[in-house]
Design a protein around this ligand. Structure first.
Ligand code: ADP
Ligand code: MG
Length: 335
């Protein structure tokens, strides 16, 4: 899927099913993608499309039961994450792999000071002593825009506002100079100035460390400004993927087109939320056979309702999972 340098992460056919009292929920249905060093992959899709579950699954963070993760491999620098022990995965997480969770309250431990929680991975992964770790922790807190950072190290998570806690999470994720950063809607609770500041830090680290980045967001303006490539998810599928300019200029999936319809300018930096799209979100019970978007799709025809379109080539690095061919203005013909 990627030519050039060895990817930091290469995910193939990842799947996740939740066993619930009401039956199975097929949350991730064969997701594949790769990230090269220094590259930013923007992940978009409406709420419930499987973005968070995909990242949790590949990091081995979903409790089983109820989650059953299958498929793969998920190659992090050539080694399969899915077959590593929990201990090995924990060693990577917080060290080489920084992860900013969608909900910062569930990922900060309420009984430890914020300083301790930043210093712990620094000491474990970078082998710094107490003093040096504390100095670095203060530096990181200041970097993400927390006023009076050195003193605030001794405060507990509940003494920080939601936006501040999110910044603390970002500081922790960046604390060990990760090779891969997975950020799940990391800036949603932040005001635009702080958000811009954090994006600047991330850009700088990406350039300096060659960090690969997965950035999940609802903000299409941010994707246009930060990402190299975009992956659009729907019902646990990657329905379109490609270079950011190609996707914004020439979207090929009706869902992507609907998302972008309300974004007037490609390079606009104004924050824009994903627009609401008419119709019901997909039902994830039972393995998907048809195209999951068919019930809401203005382009849908018979084939869409019975057969799932796999991802097909559009142009260099750009693929789409759709039976409609916008360039021909007619159903896609298998070669
Ligand atoms: P997104 O991050 O794109 O908003 P998620 O990845 O959080 O979406 O969720 C994808 C789907 O998986 C949703 O339908 C959600 O309800 C379901 N899901 C997530 N966690 C669980 C769970 N623990 N048990 C059952 N279903 C779950
Ligand atoms: Mg999510």
């Amino acid at each position: 899927m990627l030519d050039g340098p060895e990817p930091v992460l290469r995910v193939s056919d990842l799947r996740t099913v939740f066993a619930t009292r009401d039956g199975e929920i097929h949350a991730v249905n064969g997701v594949s993608f790769a990230i090269a060093p220094g590259e930013v992959l923007g992940v978009v899709g409406e709420s419930g499309s499987g973005k968070s579950v995909t990242m949790m699954a590949l990091m081995g963070l979903l409790p089983s039961p109820p989650a059953q993760v299958s498929g793969g491999p998920v190659l992090y620098r050539g080694q399969d994450m899915l077959t590593r022990s929990g201990r090995e995965r924990r060693r990577l997480r917080g060290g080489e792999i920084g992860f900013v969770f969608q909900d910062p309250m569930t990922s900060l431990n309420p009984v430890f000071t914020v300083g301790y929680q930043i210093m712990e991975p620094i000491r474990a992964h970078l082998g710094l002593g107490r003093r040096a770790a504390r100095a670095r922790a203060a530096e990181l807190l200041a970097l993400v825009g927390i006023p009076d950072a050195a003193r605030r190290l001794d405060d507990y998570p509940h003494q920080f506002s939601g936006g501040m806690r999110q910044r603390v999470m970002i500081a922790i994720a960046l604390s060990c100079d990760p090779k891969l950063l997975i950020a799940d809607e990391p800036t949603t609770a932040l005001d635009v100035t702080i958000q811009a500041q954090i994006l600047e830090i991330v850009r700088e680290l990406r350039a300096r460390l060659g960090m690969g980045i997965i950035w999940i967001t609802h903000d299409l303006g941010l994707v246009a400004g930060l990402a190299d490539r975009v992956m659009v998810m729907y019902a646990g599928h990657v329905i379109e993927h490609g270079p950011v300019r190609r996707i914004f200029a020439d979207p090929r999936h009706p869902y992507t087109r609907a998302l972008l319809a309300t974004v007037p300018r490609v390079t606009g930096t104004r924050a824009r939320r994903l627009p609401a799209i008419e119709g019901q979100p997909p039902v994830l019970t039972g393995p998907p056979r048809a195209c999951p978007f068919a019930p809401r799709c203005p382009q849908a025809f018979n084939r869409c309702r019975v057969e799932n379109p796999g991802r097909r080539y559009v142009s260099e690095g750009h693929d789409v999972a759709c039976w409609w061919d916008f360039s021909a203005g007619e159903p896609y013909h298998d070669p």
